[in-house]
Design a protein around this ligand. Structure first.
Ligand SMILES: Cc1ncc(C[n+]2csc(CCOP(=O)(O)OP(=O)(O)O)c2C)c(N)n1
Length: 658
């Protein structure tokens, strides 16, 4: 990029960013003004991309981890011709605009991930980079490289203060992700003022300890920035972080270099002063330098040329490697293609199997027929039953591995799974104890916003885990996770339902799913609904029915289905139906006819679940018809803890008979 082109693009970014934030009277001008040149260089000189084919599998990815600087991204997407219009930018931050306050994946082409919650973007990027290495190892041949791209990130001070990026960066260094290149926007300013108030560590020294290559330059020295990128690309065994010293709000006469330009409109006078200083006409709102437009117009040829070249390589590769191409199609299919062929485990009634164990068995069977199912645990694979011993582990030397070792890094695991899903080509899962789902909840929330088909395997789901005690016994997690819009929580009641839960999770492609599983063994029960495997996909089915209209319906989830069945023995004088509700949200979303068939109107409904009662009010007839645990657990043998809480079949029978 010539100096003149760089100048014109940077001026255009600053112009659009100043005016979008002024017009909305809301937003963050500081970052785009500080990094306008870097943004221009990334989209102009660095990225292998084609705005006319934004889904190109082998494009370089760019992730603005500091999502508050969204106008930097929107300006560049507009200038490059990704489809975001000037009108969209004029309605920045307004209802219905794809130029939302923070970048939202799916609302405009070119937004690789949803960012805003600091730290998540850089963590997603580690997932993108892992996905690239996995797919490259799987599909590239000596003659053809069909997967070969970089993941670039802009991360801010705030991103690097967040714990999640420490976890993710530590893992990225350990895994030697050489194609991950992070620009660290070091402007010494965060929201409240100078970073000297709270952030004085030597960031690069920390990253060297993580086994990253570390480089440093000024945000306004284009040649050195490009040199640094060359060095980053040359270092294939380590990720690279390039500290870029910048001035927040560069160009604003009194607010540059201060938190005053971080997160609010500059104001009329300051904006005019900035424009004057930057050579932007003050009488043309949303001005774009014609030279910048001309530059990107010219670029289109080069971009489509690169894309066509790749397409040609891909076609040659496809012709030469028909078996690999078949596999590629499996990897990149919208839905798991071969699921029906899985040799799923079978069980005998009365077998006692922990659902975590049944999950492990289902996973092995599904992994055999779904070759892009990859994942792992946060150092709990043995407890979560998530290891895949038939395949190698993924590591710095074994890129074809399928089992990931996230280490004790739950939050990063959450963000990395999302990055892997977003990259495309892989179906990722992650695992830990349910109680630690709190540690990855912010990533789960974002996965739900983005409708990513991540799978989370959460075991040790209640007080019934026993001796590990209060700290490890989830009570509020299950109902709390059910609150997340678009999130699917499945709590199967026995080993057979666990297999169904896996199939439901695999078939769900428009949002994340969590399997909530037991540590303790549970009996495999008879199911009165002969079509239960279909019915369960609607969220609930009748496990045990009575003749005629029931007096009471007992709705149970997970391990409490067998508790409810046990309670039947002591509640003989009533006509009782037992329902297993594997997914409350799915059940509630069914039509009235189905819901009435499971829970007939006017019939008393009792709910039992080993967790807080809040959330079940809409199912139970009255708040008094819910048996749950509204206090923290206790260390002790599972049966004794349950007994001491009165969480027994006898007490459930009493409630039913009331
Ligand atoms: C997890 C999270 N916490 C808090 C915020 C609110 N917030 C937005 S930007 C910011 C800090 C800004 O500092 P920095 O990251 O250095 O960005 P810069 O000021 O350089 O634009 C904060 C606290 C957030 N977006 N995400």
């Amino acid at each position: 990029m010539t100096k003149d082109a760089l100048k014109s693009v940077a001026a255009s970014i600053r112009s659009l960013s100043i005016d979008a934030v002024e017009t909305a009277n809301s937003g963050h001008p500081g970052l785009p003004m500080g990094l306008a040149e870097l943004g221009a260089l990334i989209y102009g000189d660095m990225l292998k991309h084609n705005p006319k084919a934004p889904d190109w599998v082998d494009r370089d990815r760019f992730i603005l981890s500091a999502g508050h600087g969204s106008m930097l991204l929107y300006s560049l997407l507009y200038l490059c011709g990704y489809g975001l219009s000037l009108e969209d930018i004029k309605s920045f931050r307004q209802v219905g605009s794809p130029a939302a306050g923070h970048p939202e994946h799916g609302f405009a082409a070119g937004i690789e991930t949803t960012t805003g919650p600091l730290g998540q973007g850089l963590t997603n990027a580690v997932g993108f980079a892992i996905a690239e290495t996995m797919l490259a190892a799987r599909f590239n041949t000596d003659q053809h490289r069909v997967i070969d791209h970089y993941t670039y990130v802009i991360a801010s001070d705030g991103d690097l203060m967040e714990g999640i990026t420490a976890e993710a960066s530590s893992l990225a260094g350990h895994l030697g992700l050489g194609k991950l290149i992070v620009f660290y926007d070091s402007n010494d300013i965060s929201l409240d003022g100078s970073t000297s108030m709270s952030f004085t560590e030597d960031v690069l020294m920390r990253y060297r300890a993580y086994e990253w290559q570390t480089l440093e330059t000024s945000a306004y020295d284009a040649d050195t920035i490009l040199d640094c990128v060359k060095q980053a690309q040359a270092e294939t065994g380590k990720p690279t972080i390039i500290k870029v010293r910048s001035i927040i709000g560069k160009g604003a006469p009194t607010k540059a270099g201060s938190a005053k330009s971080h997160g609010s409109a500059l104001g009329g006078e300051e904006a005019a002063g900035a424009k004057k200083a930057l050579g932007i006409p003050t009488d043309q709102p949303f001005w774009v330098d014609p030279a910048a437009e001309a530059y990107f117009k010219e670029k289109q040829k080069e971009w489509s040329g690169a894309y066509e070249k790749w397409q040609k390589t891909f076609d040659e590769w496809s012709a030469k490697n028909p078996e690999l191409k078949k596999e590629w199609d499996l990897f990149f299919a919208d839905k798991p293609v071969n699921l029906e062929a899985a040799a799923l485990p079978s069980y005998h009634k009365g077998d006692k199997v922990a659902t975590r164990k049944a999950s492990g068995a289902a996973l092995q069977a599904i992994a055999k027929v779904v070759p892009n199912l990859v994942g792992g645990a946060a150092d709990l694979a043995t407890s979560n039953n998530t290891a895949m011993p038939d395949y190698p582990d993924f590591s710095r030397t074994e890129r074809r591995g399928r089992t990931l070792h996230f280490g004790v890094r739950e939050h990063a695991m959450g963000g990395i799974l999302s990055g892997m899903s977003l990259h495309g080509g892989l179906r990722p899962f992650g695992a830990t104890f349910l109680v630690f789902s709190d540690y990855l909840r912010p990533a789960i929330r974002l996965a739900s916003i983005m409708k990513l088909p991540n799978i989370y395997i959460m075991t040790h789901d209640s007080i019934y885990l026993g001796e590990d005690g209060t700290t490890h016994q989830p009570v509020e997690q299950i109902n709390s996770l059910r609150l997340i819009p678009g999130f699917e929580l499945l709590r199967p009641g026995d080993a057979e339902e666990t297999t169904s839960a896996w199939l439901m999770a695999m078939r769900r492609t428009d949002g994340p799913t969590m399997l909530v599983l037991t540590r303790q063994g549970l009996p495999v029960y008879e199911k009165d609904d002969s079509d239960w495997q279909n019915t369960i996909t609607k969220g609930a089915y009748i496990v045990r029915d009575c003749s005629g209209t029931p007096d009471v319906v007992v709705v149970a989830a997970g391990s409490e289905v067998s508790l409810a069945l046990a309670a039947l023995d002591t509640a003989r004088d009533k006509k009782i139906r037992v329902v297993s509700m594997i997914s409350r949200n799915r059940f509630v979303a069914q039509d009235q006819g189905f819901r009435d068939r499971i829970l007939p109107r006017g019939v008393r409904t009792v709910v039992v679940e080993a967790g807080v009662t809040s959330g079940w009010e809409g199912i139970a007839s009255t708040p008094d018809d819910i048996m749950g645990i509204n206090r923290f657990g206790e260390s002790g043998k599972a049966a004794e803890v349950a007994e001491s809480f009165g969480f027994t079949a006898a007490n459930l029978a009493k409630l039913i008979n009331r």
